[in-house]
Write a protein that binds this ligand. Structure first.
Ligand SMILES: [Zn+2]
Length: 313
């Protein structure tokens, strides 16, 4: 009898321990695959919404004002065709965002990184080469991370400690996470996706609907981190005409077309746009050398159309 009681108590103990471990798992760092170019998975609208349930940084500062905070993020750039258009629209609406740039594209277009910062946006590290195979080698991963750091530093004179893994945080191995921690990075996923990186043509209306519905599905008050793409060249490879990669590349036009309705829709629902805050590092008094501060967007003007606001720039 005593042995049976001991066995039951032991099983109960294991169950409690397993439950505790389950509750401590960093669910916020998860996301569905197919974040970026090269993924074999096609993200349709329902999947984009599902992503919203499993990812996001959500460890930013607690909101101090009513209304949902929205972090618009743009991956894989900068690109000399689409990024200036995205920046123009953000400027017309006086909305700030965070650009997750690749080091390779930072080297190609350092002037666009400087423009991002001058206009109050944030910049995050999105690797140098955007190679998924680098996750299999800690040495390769660390080297790629540092190459991107150097490229961003060279372009802007400042460091960032925000990192978005190519393909999303789910692809990170524990050793790669340790590399990022050692470098002081905050890993940022997303909890809303425009599903604009699908390997088929996604309409602007669909991208806008994905974002607006995705944000609406989040619990009240939870910050929204929205995944969109301004870049088309995550690697040095040029997609072959007619290929899935070429279709993906052309999707940036739809992102540009969708952006005004995304901003207007979110503004109508009381959201405010902010730059992803840098982590506060040990010994970092006020983080003066980081690429972005938690800047709040100024109140939207009465006339919210881009043409009306363009005259104020
Ligand atoms: Zn990417």
């Amino acid at each position: 009898m005593m042995m049976k009681i001991a066995l039951i108590l032991s099983l109960l103990g294991q169950l409690v321990a397993a439950t505790a471990a389950w509750s401590q798992f960093p669910w916020w760092s998860l996301q569905a695959p197919a974040a970026c170019y090269g993924s074999p998975v096609v993200v349709r609208q329902a999947q984009a919404q599902a992503e919203g349930e499993t990812t996001g940084p959500v460890d930013g500062p607690a909101p101090t004002r009513p209304g949902r905070v929205v972090y618009l993020t743009f991956d894989d750039g900068p690109n000399d065709v689409w990024t200036p258009q995205v920046l123009d629209i953000l400027g017309q609406y006086r909305v700030r965002a965070t650009f997750m740039v690749t080091g390779g594209n930072a080297v190609r277009h350092p002037e666009l990184l400087r423009r991002m910062l001058e206009e109050g946006h944030g910049v995050g590290n999105h690797s140098y080469s955007h190679r998924y195979q680098d996750y299999q080698s800690t040495v390769a991963f660390a080297r790629d991370l540092e190459l991107a750091e150097e490229a961003i530093l060279l372009a802007t004179g400042r460091m960032t400690h925000i990192y978005r893994p190519p393909g999303g945080p789910l692809r990170l191995t524990p050793p790669c996470r340790q590399v990022l921690e050692a470098h002081g990075y905050r890993v940022v996923g997303w909890n809303v996706s425009g599903a604009d990186s699908c390997t088929y043509a996604v309409s602007a209306a669909q991208i806008s609907a994905n974002v607006l519905q995705g944000v609406r599905r989040l619990p009240a008050g939870q910050p929204a981190t929205v995944l969109l793409h301004d870049g088309t060249q995550p690697s040095s490879r040029e997609p072959a005409p007619g290929s899935a990669g070429a279709v993906y590349a052309h999707n940036r036009q739809q992102v540009v077309e969708a952006l005004p309705s995304i901003i207007e829709g979110l503004q109508r629902s009381g959201c405010r746009f902010e730059v992803l805050p840098e982590p506060v590092l040990a010994g970092d008094a006020a983080a003066p050398t980081t690429l972005q501060q938690p800047v709040q967007s100024p109140p939207a003007p009465a006339a919210q159309g881009p043409r009306a606001i363009a005259t104020t720039r």
